[in-house]
Design a protein around this ligand. Structure first.
Ligand SMILES: NC(=O)C1=CN([C@@H]2O[C@H](COP(=O)(O)OP(=O)(O)OC[C@H]3O[C@@H](n4cnc5c(N)ncnc54)[C@H](O)[C@@H]3O)[C@@H](O)[C@H]2O)C=CC1
Ligand SMILES: O=C(O)/C=C/C=C(\O)C(=O)O
Length: 493
């Protein structure tokens, strides 16, 4: 089979020529997945112009009802092209087939349907105003699209995160220029085809490939024609993008890293907690911003929970993503493995004990070139160890005992991140109380990653700015114009 060349999609057309291309390498075995056309400044400029033309043309006159119908057509087409998206996502990430099927691709369709429903149901923010002198007025806020929105996403859940932003942006009448991660260009390219097939007007969805600094990412975020930026990725990249947005005072929505804690109380159902924690530590090889990397366990059940988790970690099956038995894929790249492995080395140097994993597995010659790493759990580390403080973004967590609820809350909140937490307890009153005290955007009780797309999603501190989801997305992707109509017959002189 010939290696595909993935192209930029601008103004409704896949562009033929690109000055430069780069290679996408499989994290499963190091093989070549695709050649990818890198967008230069000129390509970004053409995309901005195509977007602006769409806003000024037919797209700018679409009603909310028409946009909702379009989103539903896109969702339907995603389902028809399900197998292509699945293959693309697996080729780029190496994630297990069942995970890509049930999470990534399924959520892509769900994202479009959810925002079709949300935009169709959206009402106006309105007030009947009564002035002290007896005059009355009707105040209502019209919501207008921001305009040309830059969408920049990472490699961990490429299609899920892309559609999580594209769906509400389009629902609100914007045009988008999306830049997937250089590590995961394939599913976004299939999505561009789907957009055309679903009848999205030219220029509404534009796709540019490339890297961050001195490449498509930087060219996009610094372009004067961009009206807003939505980004998911590393906190330091968010900071760079914020600087890029500053000269033109553009709004940003950031979903950044996390160092998420789980609090396990002695009154919990241990089997249930171990099930949930196994998912929360190891799903997608720990490469979900919501994954648990710190587990605080009440002392009386520490050994039991640690043993249960270690047993489950050792039972995970690493291997070919298409094998039904595989539960765990590789990390995204050898480069990322180097970073994750450095935490394992440091944990060992600092006296940690790996009760599961701790190294690089030998999966045979076929997979020797892949970015594999063992699911790893540490005990014996202090709360100040890098494994307990810094975002690792891999299948690695540290377990630490605690003695009181107050101590557990203090440890969990002792971080500059503020994305997610989970609380495991048989006492629901305690569950509500502790979940509410977590300084995070998302706090789960006796579960993890159970999403309602209408609820606010995002983090505080180093974990982000703003919330997306439901009406929160509509607020980011629109600019309100308040209209005040005097209902009285008089106007004071
Ligand atoms: N959701 C999350 O919390 C995620 C966190 N990470 C963390 O980030 C680390 C690095 O992963 P990367 O994919 O390299 O994250 P990253 O933040 O560097 O990249 C995310 C996206 O931003 C783009 N980008 C990078 N620099 C940019 C710039 N200056 N201007 C505009 N766009 C730019 C990238 O090309 C990519 O599309 C991981 O090891 C992990 O710790 C990674 C992915 C998701
Ligand atoms: O469910 C979502 O909308 C998002 C989940 C995960 C991330 O945002 C991430 O890993 O970055």
């Amino acid at each position: 089979m010939t290696t595909p060349t993935l192209r930029n999609f601008v103004g409704g057309t896949f562009l033929d020529a690109a000055a430069a291309t780069f290679e996408k390498i499989s994290p499963v075995d190091g093989s070549l997945v695709a050649h990818v056309a890198e967008a230069d400044r000129g390509t970004i400029d053409t995309a901005v112009k195509a977007g602006r033309a769409a806003l000024e043309g037919r797209w700018g006159r679409f009603t909310a009802h028409e946009r909702a119908a379009l989103l539903r057509r896109i969702a339907g087409r995603i389902e028809e092209r399900f197998d292509d998206l699945l293959a693309a996502e697996i080729a780029d990430t190496g994630k297990p087939r069942d995970l890509a099927r049930d999470l990534d691709v399924a959520r892509a369709a769900a994202n479009f349907r959810a925002f079709a429903d949300i935009i169709a149901a959206e009402g106006l923010d309105s007030y009947l105003t009564e002035m002290p002198d007896g005059r009355r007025a009707l105040n209502y806020a019209l919501r207008k699209p921001l305009g040309v929105v830059a969408v920049i996403v990472p490699w961990n859940l490429p299609l899920l995160l892309l559609t999580w932003k594209v769906a509400p942006a389009i629902a609100c009448g914007n045009v988008v220029i999306v830049k997937p991660s250089e590590e995961t260009p394939s599913s976004a390219t299939v999505l561009a085809e789907i957009m055309a097939e679903a009848g999205v007007p030219d220029g509404v969805f534009n796709l540019v490939h490339g890297f961050g600094p001195n490449s498509a990412g930087e060219f996009l975020t610094t372009h004067e024609g961009i009206d807003g930026i939505t980004f998911t990725g590393e906190s330091s990249t968010g900071s760079t993008i914020m600087r890029a947005a500053a000269p033109n005072v553009r709004p940003v929505s950031f979903e950044l890293g996390g160092k998420n804690a789980a609090l396990v109380f002695a009154d919990t159902d241990v089997d249930r907690a171990v099930n949930g924690l196994t998912r929360s530590i190891f799903t997608n090889t720990g490469q979900v911003c919501l994954c648990t990397e710190r587990v605080y366990i009440e002392r009386p059940i520490f050994e039991e929970v640690a043993a249960g988790l270690a047993e489950r970690a050792k039972a995970l099956v690493l291997g070919n993503p298409w094998d039904a038995a595989t539960t765990t894929g590789p990390l995204i790249s050898l480069n990322h493995r180097k970073k994750v492995f450095s935490y394992l080395e440091r944990a060992r140097e600092q006296g940690g004990t790996a009760i599961a994993g701790g190294g690089i597995p030998d999966l045979g010659d076929d997979l020797a070139g892949g970015a594999w790493i063992e699911p790893t759990l540490w005990t014996g580390l202090s709360h100040d160890a890098p494994v307990m403080r810094e975002e690792i973004f891999g299948p690695v967590a540290g377990l630490i005992p605690f003695d009181t609820e107050e101590e557990a809350v203090r440890l969990a909140n002792d971080t500059r991140y503020g994305l997610a937490a989970s609380v495991w307890t048989g006492d629901l009153e305690r569950g509500h109380r502790v979940a509410g005290r977590m300084n995070v955007g998302i706090s789960w009780v006796n579960t993890w990653f159970m999403r309602d797309l209408r609820s606010p999603f995002g983090g505080s501190g180093l974990s982000g700015i703003g919330r997306e989801g439901g009406v929160h997305s509509l607020h980011f992707y629109t600019e309100p114009t308040n209209v005040c109509v005097n209902l009285s017959e008089v106007e004071p002189a």
